[in-house]
Design a protein around this ligand. Structure first.
Ligand SMILES: [Zn+2]
Ligand SMILES: [Zn+2]
Length: 408
């Protein structure tokens, strides 16, 4: 038996795509007996995980399930290849490869009121890890990292997010906002051999824990990213994410931003980071408003959060926006209006071409023009720079990284 956490439910052309992060129940036995002590050790080798993608036309295609599958919940999963009456799914074992194998699965509902289920939710959370305070986080985000002139970079990482505030003199990141990229069914969208820059010892702020927002730090891509401080939102985790969090904690680089009730926002010389106020993983992470008075730019980076969960003070007078959720389809969530006094208002779509979710969604795509966004920029065509009037120089001439900006 396996345990699976629902990472994503996406509707594409009348099909539901349900993405689980899965772990063997057997491998968790000891950890579940004592979820508090489990956080004292490095869990990166404690168990293995894989990704499972179900495609169903309607919920009744999943037999014996008492109710609709919900996002951010745990389920019991049986994988049995000899039983053909089960639901077909694709299993991806390697985050860096879209080579999946067909399997037959059955999904079972887990009652949250039962103690054994409570232990699962307790284990896969940031409970029991120490939280950071406002001073500590503010210092990380501002100390020794002021550049006189900055711009905002939105990188091409395929189907995922990675952006940074950069020093205009040499394009070196001062702080990263997300460090993800295409993984599992979208691993093919990741640009090959992509190298990052850590010249300024940049901290990395994580918008939310979904794998496509931190996966560039995995063992085959940029594992040294774990040697820098990660500022993360306090959210429930899946099994893959707990391994990653535990590794960061072990390295002394896990800085947990306490819950929204304790700390709502942090202002820096280049903008503000803040909690979004929804409840799902996408909607309850950290947003970023980049602003620079010299260049007169105000850019909203919502991560995957719906715009309606972003406080209105971060949504006015915007000159640029990075489309939420890779431009994925979301009904009833209009984007903010663009600044009306500016001729070029940029909307950046961060996604990989031919991704498995059909992002950016057809409805949303083109819809932004009604809100004053008149310049579409697509990250799959190359790294994007905002808040600059010409392509910036790159300090290492791409000898050590591939962060050269090619679109402005
Ligand atoms: Zn995402
Ligand atoms: Zn997400």
């Amino acid at each position: 038996m396996f345990l699976g956490y629902v990472d994503q439910i996406e509707r594409v052309d009348n099909m539901f795509y349900i993405v689980f992060d899965v772990v063997s129940e057997h491998q968790l036995k000891k950890l579940l007996e004592d979820p508090v002590s489990a956080k004292q050790i490095n869990l990166s080798d404690a168990y293995s995980t894989f990704c499972l993608m179900l495609k169903v036309h309607k919920w009744s295609d999943v037999p014996a399930l008492q109710r609709e599958i919900e996002i951010d919940r745990w389920y019991k999963i049986e994988i049995n290849d000899s039983e053909s009456n089960l639901v077909n799914a694709i299993r991806y074992d390697d985050m860096n490869s879209n080579n999946g194998v067909d399997v037959n699965v059955q999904i079972y509902f887990l009652d949250k009121r039962v103690n054994s289920t409570k232990n699962i939710y307790h284990l896969f959370s940031l409970n029991d890890f120490p939280k950071s305070n406002e001073n500590e986080l503010t210092n990380l985000l501002t100390q020794n990292r002021f550049a006189s002139k900055t711009f905002l970079a939105v990188y091409n990482v395929g189907q995922g997010n990675c952006s940074a505030v950069c020093n205009s003199l040499n394009s070196s990141p001062i702080v990263y906002y997300d460090f993800g990229g295409g993984c599992y069914s979208n691993a093919h969208t990741y640009p090959s051999g992509q190298q990052y820059c850590f010249t300024n010892n940049p901290p990395i702020v994580l918008s939310h824990w979904d794998n496509d927002h931190w996966s560039s730090a995995n063992h085959l891509r940029s594992p040294w990213a774990k040697n820098y401080p990660w500022i993360v939102p306090d959210q429930p985790l899946n099994a893959t994410q707990l391994k990653f969090a535990s590794e960061l904690a072990f390295l002394g680089n896990l800085y947990i931003w306490p819950r929204i009730s304790t700390l709502k926002l942090i202002r820096t010389g280049y903008g503000a980071f803040f909690y979004c106020d929804g409840t799902s993983k996408n909607d309850s992470g950290l947003g970023f408003l980049y602003s620079s008075e010299q260049e007169d730019i105000r850019a909203l980076l919502p991560g995957d959060a719906a715009y309606k969960y972003i406080n209105s003070r971060f949504k006015n007078d915007l000159s640029s926006i990075v489309a939420s959720h890779h431009g994925g389809n979301r009904r009833l969530d209009p984007p903010p209006f663009a600044r009306s006094t500016q001729s070029n208002t940029n909307i950046v779509y961060p996604y990989g071409l031919h991704n498995s979710y059909g992002h950016p969604g057809v409805l949303r795509f083109g819809e932004h023009v009604h809100f004053g966004w008149n310049k579409d920029i697509h990250t799959y065509k190359g790294h994007v720079g905002l808040g600059i009037s010409s392509l910036p120089p790159i300090g290492c001439s791409t000898n050590y990284c591939d962060l050269r900006i090619v679109q402005i």
